[in-house]
Design a protein around this ligand. Structure first.
Ligand SMILES: Cc1ncc(COP(=O)(O)O)c(C=O)c1O
Length: 393
């Protein structure tokens, strides 16, 4: 049945959840079970044969997890969603599903450090090669596509440099070759950016971040076509087994209900901080999509609803100065991750991107004096006071 189109804010809260089936509980029940009993041996056989709908075993599907998967599909405008035990479980499942030995993956020139590490491992062990592209023009993408390229993998904004890639352009080039485009949409969430609407094929989230929103769960989500997600469920999820627990799925369903409100606040706090940092004499450069001098300002305005909660900036000085500054912070916590209620700061060169060799880091734009700040939900004046006193020191 075709559903009437609603606004994304309403879909984050309601989706298709039928309270009547669950004794009126507005909070989705947690089906904390590993297995499901069958009415008869024949029923069990029919379910295994795929002749009858119904749950079998939580690694193969669970009602709470399914509710989450349906919700991410609705929000991303996809046919289907699939939940994983972490963002990296989602990234690895998708990359393994789309490649075989001898294939090639074309990536944005900047990726989360562990995605970079995974690509290294796929190359060393399985001869799946990869290449990077700034993807600033169609020509740049054409030049890096080979007959072996089996998918294009893009982060935008890129972690942690906040460079932005034009997804419509990438999708258009990829379509000419029949290559799927995978987008890691962690930094934006579907509230700020909808890659499938821009012509891309598969969306990945580290739901650990904004979708969970409270820093209390590690999770990953994938959304895409019925065909791709059904195959992914059967191969990667069932047989590799990095599934999400029902309780963690429930935490994400809860987090999603406030996603739009939180993203608005993360974005407005980040915008204010980025502008103030930009005018501070101790700051060399600020990288934030909401600043008018951002190198991809026009793409940001076209493809993102707002600029998000992550800012990267370089301090005057070197790595030691950046670390000294971080050590002076009182309210803001030194921690990796992002999208939490608390404002977090980290040093990519020695933390999230330490696995990337230094020359490659430099090429990606990650200097040793770069720090990444995830603006939380606190009062912006308190955050600024903390940053300012640390900068003064
Ligand atoms: C852009 C991006 N993708 C994927 C991941 C991996 O997610 P997880 O830590 O949930 O495995 C991260 C983690 O920081 C990330 O920032």
């Amino acid at each position: 049945m075709k559903r009437k189109k609603r606004s994304i804010e309403t879909d984050m809260i309601h989706n298709e959840y039928q309270t009547g089936e669950n004794k009126g509980s507005l909070s989705f029940p947690i089906f904390q079970t590993s297995t499901f009993s069958f009415g008869s041996a024949a029923e069990g056989a029919r379910r295994f044969a795929g002749e009858e709908e119904g749950y079998i075993y939580t690694r193969l599907g669970n009602p709470t997890v399914r509710a989450l998967e349906e919700r991410i599909a609705v929000l991303e405008g996809a046919d289907k969603g699939l939940a994983f035990a972490s963002g990296m479980a989602a990234v690895s499942a998708v990359l393994i599903a789309l490649t075989k030995s001898g294939d090639h993956v074309l990536c944005s020139n900047g990726l989360y450090g562990c995605t970079y590490g995974l690509l290294q491992m796929l190359e060393e062990k399985y001869r799946v090669t990869h290449d990077f592209s700034y993807m600033q023009t169609e020509q740049e993408i054409h030049e890096k596509i080979t007959p072996e390229t089996s998918c294009i993998f893009v982060e935008t904004p890129i972690n942690p440099t906040m460079k932005v890639i034009d997804l419509t352009m990438v999708a258009k080039v990829a379509e000419g070759y029949g290559i799927p485009v995978v987008v890691d949409n962690t930094f934006c969430t579907p509230y700020l950016q909808k890659p499938l609407d821009l012509g891309c094929d598969i969306v990945i989230h580290s739901a650990t971040k904004y979708i969970g929103g409270h820093g209390d769960v590690i999770a990953g989500l994938v959304a895409g076509s019925d065909e791709f997600i059904s195959a992914l469920a059967l191969s990667q999820q069932k047989d590799i087994g990095g599934v999400l627990s029902p309780f963690d799925a429930w935490l994400l369903l809860r987090g999603m209900k406030t996603l739009h409100v939180r993203m608005d606040r993360h974005s407005s706090n980040a915008q204010e901080i980025a502008e103030r940092l930009n005018n501070h004499p101790r700051i060399r450069q600020v990288f934030y999509p909401g600043l008018p001098q951002h190198e991809h300002c026009s793409i940001v305005q076209r493809q993102m609803k707002d600029s998000g909660g992550v800012i990267a900036f370089e301090l005057d000085g070197d790595q030691k100065d950046a670390q000294k500054f971080m050590d002076q912070l009182k309210l803001i916590k030194i921690a990796v991750s992002l999208g939490d209620a608390e404002t977090l700061i980290q040093h990519p060169a020695t933390m999230t991107h330490a696995v990337v060799p230094e020359d490659k880091r430099r090429e990606m734009g990650i200097s040793n004096r770069l720090v990444r700040l995830s603006a939380g939900l606190e009062a912006v004046e308190d955050l600024w006071e903390d940053l300012n006193q640390a900068l003064e020191k």
